[in-house]
Structure formats: structure tokens, C-alpha cells
Design a protein around this ligand. Structure first.
Ligand code: AMP
Length: 142
């Protein structure tokens, strides 16, 4: 049986403003912020405010607003980082590689011939995250 949603997971704390994040977008239903261990420059996480562990237990009404923002953020990171493409990833339960148990979608700018760095590899310098967040916010027009 799948575990229950934990209201103290790290993204729930970010959503409540209890721990900091480099936010690039927020609306009534969705927040986007920089991944602190990016698989490439500009790696952004798009997170619905509604609580669920992942896609498997989410209310289907979550997906429309969530993927509307995934598209907005994908267009913005591509423009902001001058990328050639964008990878969108989403993991469900430990066997898949999920490490934070609040539904989220990875949006990762891609560059021709450059492989992704490992998932949850090295921490990025805060100043790099701040700079990339600024570029993405500008591309989002916010
Ligand atoms: P997943 O393995 O799909 O659950 O992805 C969780 C992601 O969250 C990983 O890519 C981590 O690098 C990232 N992450 C973990 N803690 C934080 C945090 N405090 N702020 C931003 N990203 C985080």
C-alpha cells in the first residue's frame, strides 16, 4: 500500500513559506521554483498547491492548471536560457526515482549534445539559482 501524504514534506514547507525557494511563478493553484540540484542550468520545478504524493493519488482536476503552467514555464526556460529544447520529467514513488513526496513536474532546458546531469546530484550555488530565476521571471513577464 502507498504511504499517506506527509504535510511536512519539503515542498509543502516551501508552499507554506516555511523554507526559502527561488520562486519564478505563482498563481492560485500552482507555484514554480528553481531545483536546488539542477540536472542542467534553469532546471525548474512546477508544483501544484493541492496536496498529493504524486500523479497516482492526485485529483484529476489538478492536472489542467498544473500542465498549463508546465507549458508556460517550458516556453520561459527555453527563452531565458536560450535552450534548444526542454525535457519534462515526473516521478512516482521510490522505484521510479521520486525523492520528494508532493506532486511536481521537472522542466529542464536542453542544449544540443549536452547530456542531463544526474538526478539529485550536486547542489547549485545560490547566486547561480538567483541569476537563472531572474532570467526565467523576466521571460515569464513577471
Ligand atoms: P523527485 O526525485 O522527482 O522527487 O525530485 C525532487 C527534486 O527536488 C530533486 O530534483 C531535488 O534536487 C529537488 N529538491 C530537493 N529539495 C529541494 C529544495 N529545498 N528546493 C528546491 N528543490 C529541491
Amino acid at each position: 500500500m502507498t504511504a499517506a501524504y506527509d504535510t511536512d514534506n519539503i515542498f509543502a514547507k516551501i508552499l507554506r513559506g516555511e523554507i526559502p525557494s527561488h520562486r519564478v511563478y505563482e498563481d492560485d493553484a500552482v507555484v514554480a521554483f528553481m531545483d536546488v540540484m539542477p540536472q542542467g542550468p534553469g532546471h525548474t520545478l512546477v508544483v501544484p498547491k493541492a496536496p498529493s504524493r504524486n500523479l497516482l493519488d492526485a485529483n484529476p482536476s489538478t492536472f489542467g492548471p498544473l500542465f498549463t503552467v508546465v507549458q508556460k514555464v517550458a516556453l520561459a526556460v527555453k527563452k531565458a536560457l536560450n535552450a534548444d529544447g526542454v525535457t519534462v520529467l515526473q516521478f512516482n514513488e521510490p522505484a521510479s526515482g521520486q525523492t520528494v513526496y508532493h506532486l511536481h513536474v521537472h522542466v529542464i532546458p536542453r542544449f544540443d549534445g549536452i547530456p542531463l546531469k544526474p538526478h539529485t546530484g550536486a547542489m547549485e550555488k545560490p547566486e547561480v539559482l538567483t541569476e537563472n530565476a531572474g532570467k526565467i521571471r523576466a521571460a515569464l513577464g513577471s
